[in-house]
Design a protein around this ligand. Structure first.
Ligand code: NAD
Length: 345
């Protein structure tokens, strides 16, 4: 059987890390008919569409995407194509597992970190509703709805129950945004009542950020609105080795798009030193989603083996190898017999 998957190479380090992840997936033997959908600043300016139709059409056909990052201009220019894609396909749950990697030395290597972030993906301050009321006075609308809050909370609790996780922490700023974050929290509480087997607690986002740094091992499943989820994801990535190693999935009812937490990393693009681990782990999540658990485990174990071995790591995680050397080491390890290890999610 052959699967159809949309591969979005993106820009910056995107083409390097997505090519590496594609080779690693192909090495597992799962047959994938990759449909390449180019999506980058050039295409966006040529088509004049912030979300070019060919990308949506491809994802409508395949239902599954493996997506590399796409640059978004800062303080001007076109709106984020990443946000547009999540909204257009109603990819409401952004799921990001954050785990310590075997053998990887970080500032937190002495604690076992294993948490999964559930970030609402379609609203909040990412509504894009901004308005200059008069010169130098701007408003930016934070949109929180019951529908979106309940479904992300339900997704997080159902995942916790099915994955044998024990705790969900809802993260908010409802002491200040009493209506918006208050509604998000009320929805989380309602959903929590339907899952009494899961311990539920709430943390204000500033305290949660400190707790994540001083005692990261206490966290299990985190449940957040869009903006806090975005920020906390990068903070959590920093605990386990950085943005080069944390994968993600954007899940909706009909489509699933897998992508790393990181962006296009223009500072290292084209240097051959980007770390494809996050894209490879996103591909592991994709294989699991497709029901290819054995291939997913093999790829997961292969990456972990390269980390345990330490010799072929990229500079962001303390090594001296390039993207190509790391990728070859993973592919060689995929070919070896699977040696156990846990899936990232
Ligand atoms: P970034 O994630 O691109 O980079 C932050 C830092 O992490 C940089 O120092 C970079 O070199 C490093 N880094 C990131 N990924 C790495 C990897 N795989 N290997 C080694 N080092 C890595 O964040 P940024 O610089 O704030 O954003 C750059 C651009 O990416 C912006 O235009 C932003 O909008 C966009 N972005 C896109 C997505 C997406 O497509 N989903 C996500 C985040 C940011």
């Amino acid at each position: 059987m052959s699967y159809k998957v949309t591969l979005i190479p993106g820009d910056g380090i995107g083409p390097e890390v997505s090519a590496a992840a594609r080779r690693a997936v192909d090495a597992t033997g799962v047959k994938i008919d990759w449909e390449i959908a180019e999506l980058n600043p050039d295409i966006i300016s040529k088509t004049g569409q912030s979300l070019p139709q060919h990308v949506v059409d491809s994802l409508e056909r395949t239902g599954i995407g493996l997506k590399a990052p796409v640059t978004t201009p800062i303080a001007g220019g076109y709106t984020s194509v990443n946000v547009a894609l999540r909204k257009r396909l109603d990819l409401y749950a952004n799921v990001r597992p954050v785990r310590s990697l075997p053998g990887l030395i970080t500032r937190f290597s002495d604690v076992k970190i294993d948490m999964v972030i559930f970030r609402e993906n379609t609203e909040d301050l990412y509504s894009g509703l901004e308005h200059e009321v008069i010169t130098d006075v701007v408003t930016s609308l934070k949109v929180i709805t019951r529908t979106a809050s309940v479904r992300i909370a339900e997704t997080a609790f159902r995942f916790a129950a099915s994955a044998g996780r024990k705790k969900v922490a809802a993260i908010h700023k409802a002491n200040i945004m009493k209506l918006a974050d208050g509604l998000f929290l009320r929805c989380c509480r309602e959903v929590a009542q339907r899952h009494p087997e899961i311990e539920y607690k709430e943390l204000i986002v500033d305290n949660a950020s400190m707790q994540l740094v001083i005692k990261p091992e206490q966290f299990d499943v985190l449940l957040l609105p869009n903006l806090y989820g975005d920020i906390v994801s990068d903070l959590a990535a920093g605990l386990v080795g950085g943005l080069g190693v944390v994968p993600g999935a954007n899940l909706g009812e009909k489509h699933a798009v897998f992508e790393a937490v990181h962006g296009s990393a223009p500072d290292i693009a084209g240097k051959g030193i980007s770390n494809p681990t996050a894209m490879m782990f996103s591909a592991v999540m994709m294989l699991n989603h497709m029901g290819e658990q054995s291939a997913a485990n093999r790829l997961q174990n292969a990456v972990e083996k390269v980390y345990s071995d330490k010799r072929k790591l990229t500079p962001d995680v303390g090594g001296t190898a390039g993207t190509a050397e790391f990728t070859e080491a993973v592919i060689a390890a995929v070919a070896e017999r699977s040696i156990g290890g846990a899936s990232p999610i």
